[in-house]
Design a protein around this ligand. Structure first.
Ligand SMILES: Cc1ncc(COP(=O)(O)O)c(C=O)c1O
Length: 433
């Protein structure tokens, strides 16, 4: 099999995500034959460092031997079973572990298949919990400016990235946006929290929940803010009977330097949404955890009609749960959070060098995520695409967000591999001058 064969066959029958397909007239697709560790490899033997963890999902490298073995073991036992009326060992074990690991007070797990569907679950559960409490008017969701929560209609409605949202505006739910803290300072955290409080003062009767990406807005160009904001909005939510939904789809499982970003603020949200790293980047799975208190609002005789009747066919898939349990084993056995702190310190040191370049505006970092803002380019120049192409020619998969170049590698990356990843990005940015 050659790269060329697969490319032609692909373009005959596939429509790729988040892609203007005409671009592929000039921008070749890259068929991948195999992957191992932080490297993906095409059919001609070219290797690329996966600097973005394959859309932010991969934690412990590709074809990780431990996760592989656990999935194979599960495959020979039970691949999948309906989760309504039935259960299985992997999903019970995973749920017990997640309840223990997530902030205290998150006691029940509800599964779905991907980040967007889990966001939908959290939104529906929040609205429905208020409704079961007799609060019929709480049907508006608040989110942060510049936020991203996925692409399904509900998730898109609480997002605020024009590129994805504008076209579908007529189809979307009515939502309100409150300003995200403009930088990582405590002052901006306070300013933004004041704005949210103002909104609650005026409209809390209608507001079901605020949904936030704690600490880092991923698709919103890796915008970062101070944990104090989470502390402040937790308190405001309590006072105004508004739920706090923490969408940790991207930041969960160690990205920010803690297992969960909410730990940085020592808060418990009413709902935490997890996906991506949950299975180590192997299989689609997501989960919403909430409190016993919210769970109790749905618990009654069948004919009271208060049950949460949401479902997905693959809810709690056994193979995905076994991958998730294997991922948690690695966290447990290998002191990953501590290792990540060392790796992120190393990345942070190297990041400073980018400030030497005239076309770099600023740099920022939270844990295992580093970002570089370029300056002086118009969006039509598609500067990110140039960096992407330079990266590929030099063995690194970077996938800039507009003029923001970022690194979000698998946690197993070594110092030498960090050097290569960041040096190639440095040369790419320099080549634009
Ligand atoms: C914070 C956040 N929420 C939700 C999603 C949607 O997840 P999925 O792409 O699995 O639907 C994403 C995806 O990037 C995300 O970053």
């Amino acid at each position: 099999m050659k790269n060329e064969d697969l490319k032609t066959r692909d373009l005959d029958v596939l429509w790729h995500p988040c892609t203007q397909m005409k671009d592929h007239e000039t921008l070749p697709l890259i068929p991948i034959k195999k992957a191992h560790g932080i490297y993906i490899e095409d059919f001609e033997g070219n290797q690329y460092i996966d600097a973005i963890s394959s859309w932010w999902v991969n934690m412990f490298g590709h074809t990780n031997s431990y996760i592989n073995s656990k999935i194979v073991e599960q495959l020979n036992t039970l691949e999948h079973v309906i989760l309504a009326g039935f259960t299985h060992e992997q999903v019970v074990k995973l749920s017990e572990r997640l309840v223990k690991l997530t902030p205290a007070g998150l006691d029940k797990c509800f599964y779905s298949d991907n980040g967007s569907s889990a966001v939908e679950v959290a939104l529906k559960m929040s609205y429905h919990a208020h409704l079961n409490d007799g609060k019929k008017n709480k049907n508006i969701f608040v989110s942060l400016t510049n936020s991203y929560h996925g692409e399904t209609i509900g998730a898109l409605s609480v997002g605020d990235v024009e590129l994805y949202k504008d076209t579908y505006e007529p189809l979307l739910l009515k939502t309100l946006q409150t300003p995200v803290p403009k930088d990582m300072s405590i002052e901006s955290a306070k300013e933004s929290a004041d704005e949210f409080e103002k909104l609650c003062r005026e409209r809390a009767d209608e507001i079901s929940a605020i949904i936030v990406e704690p600490l880092i807005q991923g698709a919103g160009s890796m915008h970062m803010y101070n944990a104090e904001y989470l502390v402040l909005i937790r308190e405001i939510c309590n006072r105004y009977n508004v739920h706090l939904i923490a969408d940790e789809v991207m930041v969960g499982f160690g990205r920010t330097g803690e297992l969960f970003a909410c730990e940085k603020a020592k808060i418990t949200p009413d709902f935490i949404v997890l996906s991506k790293g949950l299975t180590g980047g192997y299989l689609p799975l997501s989960v919403v955890l909430t409190s016993d208190e919210i769970y109790a609002k749905f618990y009654c005789d069948y004919n009271e009609h208060k049950a949460f009747l949401h479902s997905h066919s693959y809810t709690g898939n056994a193979l995905a749960c076994s991958a998730a349990n294997a991922t948690l084993d690695i966290f447990e056995n290998e002191n990953i959070i501590e290792k990540n702190r060392k790796t992120s310190k190393y990345m942070g040191e190297k990041l400073k060098k980018f400030l030497e370049l005239e076309n770099v505006e600023s740099i920022r970092q939270t844990g295992m995520v580093c970002a570089i803002d370029l300056k002086g380019y118009k969006s039509e120049e598609r500067i990110g695409l140039k960096v992407y192409q330079f990266g590929l020619k030099n063995g690194v998969l970077l996938r800039p967000l507009g003029s923001v170049i970022y690194f979000m590698p698998p946690y197993i990356i070594t110092k030498d591999e960090c050097d290569k990843m960041m040096d190639v990005a440095y040369d790419a940015i320099k080549s634009l001058l």
